[in-house]
Every structure is written in C-alpha cells, then in structure tokens.
Design a protein around this ligand. Structure first.
Ligand SMILES: Cc1ncc(COP(=O)(O)O)c(C=O)c1O
Length: 403
C-alpha cells in the first residue's frame, strides 16, 4: 500500500554513513568510515558492577518512569564536571538529560525551525545535524571555515543577508568531520555576531574532552554573557555510545522549551541507563578512563598522520587534529572521492566521501577518515591501500576521476 506521507519525508535521505556501516561491518573491511569509539575502551566490567549494585539497592526505582529533566544526581554530576572543565557555574537545574546528543539536535529543530528558515553552519558540518534539521524544512547557509574555525566576517555578512536566520549550529572542538578546533578569538567573534543579531548558538561538543595535546579552549557556553548558547554534551565518546545518554545545558527559559518538546518525543531518557551511569560515576574514576581513551586515540592519530605523510601524493592536504576522532583530507581537484570509495570498497577499505558533509553539495574531492576504531596494523595497511589508489587516480585511471 502506498500511503500518503508528510511532505517532510520527501527531503529525508538515509544517512550515507549508516548505509556504509552496513558494508563495513564485515570483519575483513578496514573501516575509517564510522565515528565509532574503540570498543576496548568501554567500561564493561565496571558497568557490570555498577548495574549489579544499582539493582540491589534501587532496582525498582531504576525500572520506573521518571522526570523528563533527568535523574537529579546525574544532572548534578554533569553540572559539576562541566564547571570543573569549563570554569562555568551551572547547577543540576541547568541540565536536561537527552537520549543522545542526536536527540538534542532534533529537539532544537522542533523548537526553532519552520519551513524556509535559515540555519547557519560550518562548511563542512556534521551530517547527523543536517539530517536532524532537514526534517523541519530549513535552508542551510554554509559559512566558510578555516583551521581556526568559522570566519567571523563571513558569518556576519551571511546573517545580514538572511532575514529568516534562526540559529547558528557549530562544533568548535575537534569538529566532525574535519577535526578542527576553533581559536578563542573566533569563538568570541561568533558570540559577538550572534548577540548583535539576536540568534541562538547551538554548540555541539561531543569531542571537547578528547584533546591529545595543547591547552583546552573555553567552550562557547563559558564565554557567553548573553544567554545565547545551548551546549550539547554526551557520554557517547567519553564512555559508550550504546547507552544513549547525553545532556544539554541551556538558559532556563529555553531549557523549559526543550523539556516540553522532549516530553512529546519520549517522556524521558531511560531511567535505568541514567542511574547505571550515575552509579558508575559514584564508584569509578571517569577522568582516568577518559585519559586512557585520549592516550589510545593519540597513538592512532599519530600512526595515521605518519602513514599519510609517508605515502599520500603531495597534492593531498589533510588536517592534523589535536583531538577527537577524525581527520579530513582534500584530494586533487579532479578526483572524486565517491568514485574512489567504490573502488576502495573493492579492496576492503572504507571512508566517508566528504561531499556528504556539505548540505548544499559540492566538494566531492574531500574525504573524512576516522582513526579511533582500527588497531595499529590495520590503520597502516588501510592507508597503504588508499595511497596506492590515489596514485592510480593521479595517473588518470578512470574509476576515480570526476565524471
Ligand atoms: C558532532 C556530533 N554531534 C552529535 C553526535 C551524536 O552523538 P550521540 O551519540 O550523543 O547522539 C555525534 C556523533 O558522532 C557527533 O559527531
């Protein structure tokens, strides 16, 4: 039966990454495609202990409905951790627990966006945000971005030209897909533009605590004196993504709106998983665990960067991220990364063609490479195979040349 569906379904597409992950699940594939954390970092034994204790001491409460805002002790711990790492002064009441940051993005679209509104974002930007917002029918206005982040003047010019600008969406720390981290000056510049135009800023910060080197930079929410910023954090990349527990910090009046729409979406995030994480945090040292994740990813980043420096053709440029899970490569102008992917899947290597991260298309000569999920020998072997294919593309073999 062909049912008549809502208009929004016409613009929704399956995420290319989700589709790609179906292929890359095969054990022989060396995958630089997903954004998967390293599974060996998951606190499986510790969570076993935490869950056992939770069930023994608060089993019934953990299985009961709870408030939309989230488990109060967990909200308090998140406020404390944010304050400790960002120098802010939040309390539990400033925090809403969400079912992944992805839900925070969807709720943002629901609150702010009508058909034809404008979302300003980095160029490129996070594919999951494009997909979440797209359901609400906005136009995406891509703002030119360099190694220091979104270029303030370019943002200002675009906002002036967009009477229907509704929000600015950014990932300032080790962005997905580029791995870039914004300078403090650009962070202040963005807030200045947002304040002058009265626009909310959605700061998506899943990688903020995954810095390998250098000094951490204040999140936008810590620099915001005007109640402009909605800050999204998550346990996905510092703990485990399968639990689907994340959070959102926002000015109170705005937080109330998020609570309202979350009620309609899922009543609340799983009581059980919230309480299990809370029990873990009481009994174990998450900061030590995050330290181990950082050390592992730093080694993998080093390996990938070194292998690329040694074997990629000189015209390929790429980022050297100081944190996070991804690096970003720009290939020679005529090389099409989607065609290259078709070929590399045949040699059991996967990555995400960068064009997917530009909501308005183009930039087909770019690619995103993930280094967190593959062990050392597979990173080296995967880069070796990719380098060989890039050399072939360079010599004009048809499959990887733009069509
Ligand atoms: C920038 C960004 N935002 C949000 C998410 C989604 O995170 P979560 O697992 O908390 O839904 C991701 C996941 O990769 C991401 O890279």
């Amino acid at each position: 039966m062909a049912f008549s569906m809502a208009r929004r379904m016409e613009v929704l597409r399956a995420s290319e990454i989700r589709e790609l992950l179906k292929i890359t699940g095969r054990p022989e594939v060396i995958s630089f495609a997903g954004g998967l954390p390293a599974p060996e970092t998951f606190p499986v034994r510790e969570m076993g202990e935490a869950v056992e204790r939770l069930l023994a001491e608060h089993g019934a409460a953990a299985m009961q409905y709870s408030t939309t805002e989230g488990h109060p002790p967990l909200r308090a711990k998140i406020a404390d951790r944010t304050n400790a790492t960002a120098g802010t002064r939040f309390t539990a009441e400033d925090v809403l627990i969400t079912s992944g940051s992805q839900q925070g993005l969807d709720l943002t679209g629901k609150i702010f966006l009508d058909d034809g509104d404008d979302v300003l974002c980095e160029s490129p930007t996070y594919l999951g945000a494009i997909n979440a917002f797209r359901a609400y029918g906005p136009r995406f206005v891509e703002v030119p971005t360099d190694d220091d982040g979104m270029i303030t003047q370019e943002l200002d010019e675009r906002v002036r030209r967009c009477p229907r600008a509704k929000l600015i969406y950014v990932v300032p720390d080790f962005q997905n897909p580029t791995g870039r981290c914004w300078s403090v000056e650009r962070r202040r510049g963005l807030l200045d533009v947002a304040r002058r135009h009265g626009l909310p800023v959605i700061e998506d910060a899943p990688y903020r605590e995954l810095r390998f080197e250098g000094k951490s930079r204040p999140p936008l929410v810590a620099l915001d004196a005007d109640d402009l910023v909605v800050h999204l954090g998550t346990f996905s990349k510092i703990f485990a993504p399968g639990l689907r527990v994340a959070w959102l910090v926002a000015p109170r009046a705005l937080l109330d709106k998020y609570v309202l729409v979350k009620q309609g979406a899922d009543l609340h995030t799983s009581t059980f998983t919230q309480m299990a994480i809370d029990t873990y945090l009481d009994r174990f040292d998450i900061d030590a665990a995050i330290g181990r994740i950082r050390a592992l990813y730093r080694t993998r980043r080093d390996l990938m960067v070194r292998a690329m420096e040694a074997s990629f053709p000189p015209e390929v440029s790429f980022t050297r991220p100081a944190g996070g899970l991804f690096l970003w490569a720009e290939l020679a102008k005529g090389v099409n990364a989607r065609a290259l992917l078709d070929r590399s899947l045949g040699r059991d290597v996967a990555f995400v063609p960068g064009g997917s991260f530009f909501p308005n298309g183009g930039h087909e000569n770019t690619m995103r490479l993930n280094y967190s999920n593959m062990p050392a020998d597979r990173i080296e072997e995967g880069i070796r195979r990719l380098a060989a294919m890039l050399a072939e593309a360079r010599s004009g073999e048809p499959a990887a040349v733009a069509s």
